[in-house]
Design a protein around this ligand. Structure first.
Ligand code: NIG
Ligand code: ZN
Length: 412
């Protein structure tokens, strides 16, 4: 496939550039008036139209005049396997109930767990594939999906098997994260160690045996898992080769970031609450700060301190957090808009955060997240746009015209 007359070929980071820290995030290399050649599933070459070699210009081509080509969004945090929507909680929120109040009234994660236990693997697969297809058409070309609405051996395994089926049936890379430590099931409310033992002694060995997960996650938060409990679970995960990606500082500063960094977390996610110590604890690590502005928007909680993290020279990624409770949307275009509007990121910073740094938070940035020779041809062509900043500026309206995955047009 040859794409010609591209107004701007966006995100030309060198293939060896695997993550962007702090001020590097302001640099989004763009080639104007460009061509791009894809061979099989890989980016083969690109250049300026003025100097396109005759051997390439004679090939059949897709014309992209006035349009931009972006690397696909890399969404490193989602919970898209769930049994039912939770719009009744949406109404409770409008009536003034807090996230914690809804959770303690039997809503929240436990509500999803009850419904998921009744759903079959086929039901879950069918509903998740509809969500995933919509996300892909909105430009997502690499994704992480978590378990965590099962909360029992059988249901957590069921969720992870659904994720495995999604991996097998979709043309994008998907990483699976084991999140049984999302909340305590009711039967273990008074017996935390009992549930932790269940995770460590029964769930983890089975998951490892069947190779069902890539990462381990814990919702480390007041009323959920303590720092000590988080440490215990992350260490057990490491024993089975699962690296941590941790839900940290969503509702309060808890020490979650510090314990995640000590356990070599690939990423710490949420961080709506941050202080100087949080930033300090990340300074000498490779841990990526993944911010989820759609969650802040939907819950009305603070937005992450993207500028503070970037000023501290940390790598920031943006992800959707698509889930039925706190973020019923997987639209990464909206995430990028919120990155600009609410986190005060420049369009270049927000786009880098949702592409190369998102890929880094999935440990996939060697092959995804930028336009470079030899990388996977997962990208999208926009509608005609006046500038790159127009994409986040025109929030709520899709600018994506054509999705290309593995070098082929994806129509859903
Ligand atoms: N914070 C924990 N987990 C999800 C919300 C889960 C839910 O409410 O169902 C999140 O990332 O926001
Ligand atoms: Zn989450």
């Amino acid at each position: 496939m040859l794409i010609t007359n591209i107004k701007g070929l966006v995100g030309l980071h060198p293939k060896e550039k695997l993550v962007l820290r702090g001020s590097e995030m302001s640099n989004l290399p763009v080639l104007e008036n460009a061509w791009l050649l894809i061979e099989n599933d890989l980016i083969k070459d690109f250049g300026e139209m003025d100097s396109i070699p005759p051997s390439i210009s004679c090939l059949p081509s897709t014309d992209a005049v006035d349009k931009y080509v972006f690397p696909s969004w890399c969404d490193s945090h989602s919970h898209i396997v769930f049994a039912a929507s939770r719009e009744e909680e949406f109404v409770m929120k409008i009536q003034g109930k807090s996230y914690e109040e809804i959770a303690s009234a039997g809503g929240g994660i436990l509500n999803s767990a009850t419904k998921l236990r009744e759903a079959t693997e086929d039901d879950l697969f069918e509903s998740a594939l509809v969500r995933l297809n919509r996300m892909i058409l909105n430009g997502t070309g690499a994704l992480e999906i978590k378990s965590g609405y099962g909360l029992s051996v059988e249901s957590e395994i069921k969720m992870l098997k659904v994720i495995r089926r999604l991996k097998e049936n979709f043309p994008i890379p998907i990483k699976a994260t084991f999140l049984a430590a999302h909340t305590y099931p009711i039967e273990y409310k008074g017996n935390h160690q009992g549930y932790i033992d269940l995770i460590i002694d029964e769930m983890l060995p089975q998951i490892a045996k069947e190779n069902l997960a890539d990462y381990i996650d814990v919702f480390c938060e007041k009323g959920f898992f303590s720092v000590e409990e988080t440490d215990q679970i992350l260490k057990a995960g490491a024993h089975y080769g699962l690296k941590p990606k941790v839900h940290a500082n969503q509702l309060s500063i808890s020490g979650a970031v510090e314990i995640a960094v000590k356990n070599n977390a690939v990423s710490v996610d949420h961080l709506e609450e941050t202080n100087a110590e949080t930033i300090q604890s990340l300074l000498n690590s490779n841990t990526i700060v993944t911010l989820l502005p759609s969650c802040s928007f939907y819950l009305g909680i603070p937005f992450g301190n993207a500028k503070g993290f970037m000023e501290a020279n940390l790598p920031v990624a943006l992800a959707s957090d698509y889930n039925p409770g706190s973020t019923p949307s997987g639209n990464m275009n909206f995430v990028v808009s919120l990155g600009c509007i609410k986190l005060k990121m420049l369009p270049e910073q927000a786009i880098n955060a949702a592409t190369l740094n998102g890929a880094a938070a999935l440990e996939l940035s060697g092959d995804f997240g930028s336009i470079a020779i030899g990388k996977k041809a997962n990208l999208f062509i926009t509608k005609p746009m006046p500038s790159i900043a127009y994409l986040p500026y025109s929030f709520g309206e899709t600018q994506i015209e054509t999705v290309i995955l593995n070098g082929e047009i994806y129509n859903g």
